[in-house]
Design a protein around this ligand. Structure first.
Ligand SMILES: *Cc1c(COP(=O)(O)O)cnc(C)c1O
Length: 346
């Protein structure tokens, strides 16, 4: 930890986070967990888990064992599920942390049995063909005697009106009849909006908790959680005919007041955002000019006579809108946000 004030900030709205979780939970009768992998989709897993835990969330999903360890002081160990499975080397650490593994393959099930077993989850692959026990591997004896809490599967196309959704639902339903488990779980954020048939006992939203909108029908209810701002490091007036930034991609056609701002591609503000992303100060748009570099962007702030070194610039980061502009997914836009931001919860 350092006492330096970071010159760029994520302002995170804890009430919006909780409100989004409550909205998703309210779509049916099922329990509602939270996917907090990748450091809470970039927001900071510790702060996300603490807030959702206090709101009543009980089930937290991470991808890696290291991610489980990072939040294990906040919730009971059996509230943490590790999606990406186990290796032999993980076993001693698993016992220490006490988080619950998601077993994805027959080999992992065998490993778990050989290591003495205990409570586990099992992932069935109902058609995404990524992690999980495929339908071609599915055989009831594989699961005999396992202490399965959650039998889960993951939807491939829940953000679209695709025939794959009902196909996966149908297959998962069939499989759930053949496997004993305490709970069944299928839906991610988008899957929740496909209707209660998809909810089973537990839903697992991630993106929409953080303000992402994977299906437009949820747009009016999902509140933005993340906003970005960056400090102006320097302001200068550049003469007509001078260029700005690497490779001189922008040439001033008139005397231009240029602000150099603490935000760059190392912070997840990609070079390809130039000409697409928008910055503003006091509600007045300030166009990005020249290249986005590693730590800096430059903007034309001629319209703002009083703007000066040390002032803050608002960086537009509405997830669906930015996704449309940049071609990045809303997931990428969140998880790209780098570690240099101060993360300030309000
Ligand atoms: C990431 C993930 C989720 C959450 O998905 P969102 O689309 O972010 O809601 C749920 N389940 C699994 C297995 C995941 O990997």
């Amino acid at each position: 930890m350092t006492d330096f004030e970071p010159p760029l900030r994520l302002t995170l709205d804890g009430e919006a986070l909780v409100s989004n979780w409550r909205y998703l939970k309210g779509q049916g009768q099922a329990g509602c967990g939270a996917a907090v992998k990748a450091n809470g989709y970039g927001l900071g897993a510790v702060d996300v888990v603490r807030r959702l835990r206090d709101a009543g969330c009980r089930d937290f999903f991470v991808a890696h064992w290291g991610e489980a360890a990072a939040i294990s002081h906040l919730v009971a160990p059996d509230c943490i599920s590790v999606l990406n499975g186990i290796t032999a080397a993980d076993i001693p650490h698993i016992r220490q942390i006490g988080a619950i593994p998601v077993l994805n393959t027959p080999q992992q099930i065998a490993l778990w049995r050989a290591a003495g077993g205990g409570r586990c989850h099992v992932m069935l692959d109902s058609g995404i063909n990524r992690l999980g026990i495929g339908n071609e591997q599915f055989a009831a004896p594989l699961f005999e005697g396992l202490d399965i809490d959650i039998l889960l599967s993951h939807l491939a196309s829940a953000d679209e009106d695709s025939a794959q959704n009902s196909a996966q639902l149908h297959l998962f339903r069939q499989q759930t009849k053949l496997v004993k488990a305490k709970r069944f779980s299928l839906a991610n954020s988008a899957g929740i909006m496909l209707g209660r048939d998809f909810h089973f006992d537990l839903t697992r939203p991630g993106l929409a908790l953080y303000g992402g909108v994977p299906r437009t029908e949820m747009a009016p209810q999902i509140k933005p959680v993340v906003s970005l701002s960056s400090r102006i490091l320097q302001v200068r007036t550049i003469a007509a005919g001078e260029s700005v930034g690497y490779n001189a991609t922008y040439t001033c056609t008139a005397p231009t007041k240029v602000a150099t701002i603490s935000l760059g591609y190392a912070d997840g503000y990609l070079r390809s955002f130039a000409g697409k992303g928008s910055l503003s100060a006091h509600g007045v748009p300030v166009p990005i000019i020249g290249r986005v570099s590693m730590d800096l962007v430059t903007a034309d702030v001629t319209a703002l006579v009083d703007l000066k070194e040390g002032d803050w610039i608002d960086v537009a980061y509405d997830l669906p809108h930015m996704s449309g502009l940049t071609g990045l997914s809303q997931y990428e836009l969140l998880t790209n946000l780098g570690h240099r931001f101060g993360r300030i919860w309000k």
